[in-house]
Design a binder for this molecule. Structure first.
Ligand code: COA
Length: 441
């Protein structure tokens, strides 16, 4: 397998780099932790090494060092398409090297050969009522494949831990190969009266997904390619990627780990935000009976803030500038969907929201994030069911989860076990009171 050979070539160098840091600089202090950070979601505390991708507060995410703009420019595209092969991105994420078109296609061919979804997955999804959460179905469908894990089988037989990454990679390739049909199955069950469509082996990975949900148009193919590329990874310290990585660190198989990651993604403060952003824009259009003026939009945003709610699609825990993923979507939208009232409304919000958020004096990043436009673009091109948007996010993010987990096994990362303290222990630390006194309190 192409990836197996490439990772094999690189593994020794990475192991040596990691071991050298641990052995020669193991005591080097890189950070201190404050009481405030402990009570604020360990915000800003470095807890991970994330070589697959890194979020630069100003420039946004870099995949293996490449900015989003560079990835879109440098990764090979299918003919006459605006966005690259997803297989090429996976090659870059896994190996750190830009692929040729032939390599990108080879990854997608490999996926095609592994794409058959075990029947149990459909049985599990069908056990849900049609109106159940699409993300719950997705997570359960992934979980149902745990019994097919080659890693779990080989681990049970006993294997050298240096080789764990090999069946982990094998499982990852199976999972990524099968995921589009699983997502399409959920979509068709929920929104197309259970009319399922067979995969088309002549289409690339992203286009085939669009085909399987009945949106067989080149523009939708490109939209799916764009969304899969933009959302594939965002460091592994965010809720979903960190969860997947944490569960993987217990040597749970890739299906168990990725299902757990998807459950985190389903939360409204994380992946569900893309649905909420679209609904927010949709509500504005409904309230004003069309595209609002800047004054109307400002009033609406002010009343949103006054009622103690956030403006969805704006702000970020790490970014301190316009999210470059938003910029890609904005450019694409300006080029393709200018006559859409939802896009026009999102554009007006973009004109007025940053200044308004700056004036609150507390928002650290008043700029739009990727979620501000994702749903608007999906909706424009026929993906009108906002409750499905987080599944599309998950379909993309599985790439990041799996790359982090394969490499964690490759460099032999141990089980994660940080330390928890009690409030009383913290009180003792800050007052320099003795633990003896404290326990008696
Ligand atoms: C993404 C988000 C959760 C990051 O949170 P964070 O790291 O705590 O952000 P900040 O440090 O800037 O928050 C400081 C304050 O500004 C507020 N704030 C941040 N973004 C805001 C927004 N878009 N609208 C209104 N208020 C916002 C926070 O709620 C917080 O208020 P508080 O002190 O009263 O609790 C936050 O910006 C947000 O809720 N954005 C809207 C939802 C969204 O777009 N999510 C998708 C993220 S990719």
């Amino acid at each position: 397998m192409l990836l197996e050979n490439k990772i094999s070539d690189k593994i020794q160098v990475w192991r040596e780099r990691v071991n050298r840091l641990k052995q020669e600089y193991g005591d080097f202090v890189i950070s201190t932790v404050t009481v405030d950070q402990i009570y604020s979601g360990i915000r800003g505390v470095p807890i991970q090494v994330s070589d697959i991708s890194y979020v630069d507060p100003e420039k946004g995410v870099r995949y293996q060092g490449y900015t989003i703009e560079e990835c879109i420019k440098l990764l090979p595209n299918p003919e006459n398409c605006s966005f690259p092969y997803v297989g090429g991105l996976y090659y870059l994420l896994m190996t750190g090297e830009l692929p040729t078109a032939a390599k990108a296609v080879a990854i997608e061919d490999e996926w095609r050969g592994r794409a058959e979804v075990p029947k149990v997955v459909f049985d599990v999804i069908d056990a849900f009522p049609d109106d159940a959460s699409a993300m719950a179905m997705f997570s359960a469908g992934i979980l149902a494949m745990s019994s097919t894990s080659k890693f779990a089988a080989q681990y049970a037989e006993g294997m050298d831990k240096k080789d764990f990454w090999l069946p982990m990679l094998d499982d990852s390739m199976d999972l990524i190969a099968r995921a589009p049909e699983i997502c399409a199955y959920i979509y068709n069950k929920k929104y197309r009266g259970h009319q399922h469509i067979d995969p088309d082996p002549n289409l690339d990975y992203a286009a085939n997904f669009a085909h399987m949900i009945g949106l067989d148009e080149p523009k939708v193919y490109d939209l799916i390619r764009m969304s899969l590329i933009l959302l594939a990874d965002h460091e592994n310290a965010n809720v979903s990627a960190h969860t997947a990585h944490l569960v993987g660190s217990a040597l749970s198989d890739i299906y168990l780990a990725c299902s757990a990651g998807l459950n985190g993604l389903a939360g409204p403060l994380h992946g569900l935000a893309n649905q909420e952003c679209f609904k927010f824009i949709q509500d504005m259009v409904n309230v004003f009976g069309g595209v609002p003026t800047e004054e109307q939009a400002l009033d609406y945003l002010n009343s949103t803030l006054d009622s103690g709610r956030v403006i969805p699609g704006y702000g970020h825990a790490v970014l301190r500038n316009i999210d470059p993923r938003f910029s890609v979507e904005y450019k694409y939208g300006k080029f393709t969907v200018t006559d859409d009232p939802y896009f026009q409304t999102a554009d007006i919000v973009f004109k007025v929201a940053p200044e308004l958020l700056k004036r609150t004096g507390k928002v650290k990043n008043p700029w739009p994030n990727v979620d501000a436009l994702t749903g608007v673009l999906f909706h424009h091109f026929g993906l009108t069911h906002a409750n499905f948007y987080t599944v599309l996010f998950g379909l993309s993010r599985l790439m990041g989860f799996t790359c982090h987990i394969v490499w964690a096994r490759a460099v032999n990362k141990p089980i994660e076990r940080p330390k928890a303290l009690t409030t009383r222990i913290l009180e003792a630390m800050v007052t320099e009171d003795s633990l003896e006194n404290l326990v008696r309190k």
